[in-house]
Design a protein around this ligand. Structure first.
Ligand code: SF4
Length: 469
């Protein structure tokens, strides 16, 4: 008999990747409409956990008004003779996977940023209590990670209690992240990979190194190492680094080989520390996006919680559409907040010297890791709401990017052939038009044509079948 025979809806990998639209939603937890939400796993001593216990603080699902968004805290405490604190991050990340296993439930993002929807259909089938969800979690955790001997779960929907626990959760995440700082990519033999997000982005493979934190910001190199040890056949695995081909861009033979295999051949190369060329793929769970602003030749950064427009006139959600899906898109790069604290952060593109705009909430979180001379030269939403305002701010503050513009202009002037200089000025295409955004032309007879960095002019295109094929 299935271990879910008493559960009113289906449970299994087959339901992963299910999207639930607002009109099909019974209730929503977390997401943009709600300020306080979190999920947290803590490892406890054996005598501190009552196995199987499920507690609900606040109203249960059936007591909530439908078609509304609510605060939620999911607090899971686990114990086992082999369960170490190091595993908290990866056990916590499994909440994403296991929630998505439940028919009619969708879980996105992580930690302080969770976004969960329950469909009307599944509610009608009887999925109307956190007691049921808790039971599913407990069975999945214990069967998939047998080192967990005891597990107790608390769901908090009382907004005041969620807020109280939220601050505690933030401190716990910071403690975890701080543990992973200091170790360099050059000092380890192996990196780790994660394919947990392939249910939403089938070609995405996270490469987790000590200095390039996972996109979701929930799995450090130490977390990944612990996970691969206890569950070697699971979604987190070891990657032998192989030979370092380029230490500045961050290209390794071992990484290329594994990513090629795990992406089904779609991704051939990865440059870990750049947003151009062969950037790390972006799934959809990234905490933030580094986006190239061609008019200033610099990067803006925006996080998921930023509800206003960025200076290029689009919100996070629009940028996320251009970034997500397991692709390598030049100039649109999914990142975690912790990666912004790394010395390798966009190292090949100029690092922080190339960053021109960051929401004040993010700046506050990372400012101790930004070179001192740059902190007040980077604009926030308080300084610039348009590209024009941004340009003025950068000039007024003497941001190093301004020198870059001057050098680029000088180099371009010197490189122009004499005849060209004599030509009347023609409206030159903005650098944006030249940006190397890969264009998928479509699927033609079973293969996909991807044009990168391409300018094509043709009056006629003829595709002819090769002889003998
Ligand atoms: S963002 Fe990356 S590390 Fe995080 S769960 Fe997804 S694949 Fe794994």
């Amino acid at each position: 008999m299935s271990m879910f025979a008493d559960i009113p809806v289906g449970v299994g990998e087959v339901y992963s990747g299910e999207r639930i639209r607002w009109q099909d939603t019974y209730v929503e937890f977390g997401g943009l409409r709600v300020q306080y939400k979190f999920e947290l796993v803590k490892v406890r001593k054996m005598d501190e956990v009552v196995d199987g216990k499920i507690t609900i603080i606040g109203p249960d699902i059936k007591d909530l008004e439908p078609q509304k968004s609510y605060s939620l805290g999911i607090f899971i405490e686990v114990a086992g003779s082999q369960v170490e604190e190091e595993l908290e991050g990866v056990i916590e990340r499994r909440i994403h996977e296991y929630t998505n296993y439940i028919e009619g439930m969708m879980h996105l993002n992580q930690r302080y940023d969770i976004w969960i929807r329950l469909s009307k259909k599944s509610f009608e089938k009887g999925l109307n209590s956190f007691h049921i969800i808790g039971k599913i979690y407990q069975r999945l955790f214990k069967s998939e990670l047998p080192i967990i001997e005891k597990i107790q779960i608390t769901f908090i929907t009382d907004p005041e209690k969620v807020k109280e626990m939220y601050d505690y959760a933030l401190k716990e995440y910071e403690k975890r992240d701080a543990r992973a700082r200091g170790l360099k990519d050059e000092e380890v033999d192996a990196f780790y990979g994660c394919t947990l997000c392939q249910s939403f982005a089938p070609t995405h493979v996270c490469v987790i190194t000590p200095q390039r934190y996972s996109n979701c910001g929930a799995i450090s190199w130490f977390d990944a190492r612990a996970s691969a040890r206890i569950d070697p056949k699971g979604p987190v695995f070891r990657i032998e680094k192989g030979e370092c081909i380029d230490p500045v861009k961050g290209e390794y033979t071992g990484v290329n080989d594994v990513v090629k295999m795990k992406s089904g051949g779609e991704i051939q190369r990865v440059w870990l520390y750049t947003a151009f060329g062969y950037p790390h793929t972006s799934c959809g769970c990234f905490e933030g996006i580094a986006f190239y602003i061609p008019e200033v030749d610099g990067f803006g950064i925006v996080h998921r919680g930023f509800a206003e427009l960025t200076p290029i006139g689009v919100p996070f959600s629009k940028l996320a559409d251009s970034t997500a899906g397991g692709r390598q898109v030049d100039g649109f790069h999914g990142i975690s907040i912790e990666y912004m604290r790394s010395p390798k952060f966009l190292q090949a593109d100029g690092g922080w010297e190339r960053v021109v705009w960051v929401p004040s909430a993010v700046l506050e979180r990372v400012k101790d890791f930004i070179p001192k001379h740059l902190v007040d030269k980077i604009a926030t939403e308080k300084d610039a709401k348009t590209v024009e305002e941004l340009k003025n701010f950068l000039v007024a503050k003497g941001h190093p990017i301004v020198k870059r513009w001057e050098e680029k202009a000088k180099a371009e002037a010197a490189a122009k052939p004499v005849e060209e200089k004599a030509l009347p000025a023609v409206a030159a295409p903005e650098a944006a038009a030249e940006m190397a955004v890969p264009v998928s032309v479509g699927v033609v007879g079973g293969f996909r044509i991807i044009l990168k960095n391409a300018k094509i002019r043709a009056e006629r295109v003829k595709i002819v079948r090769e002889k003998g094929k």
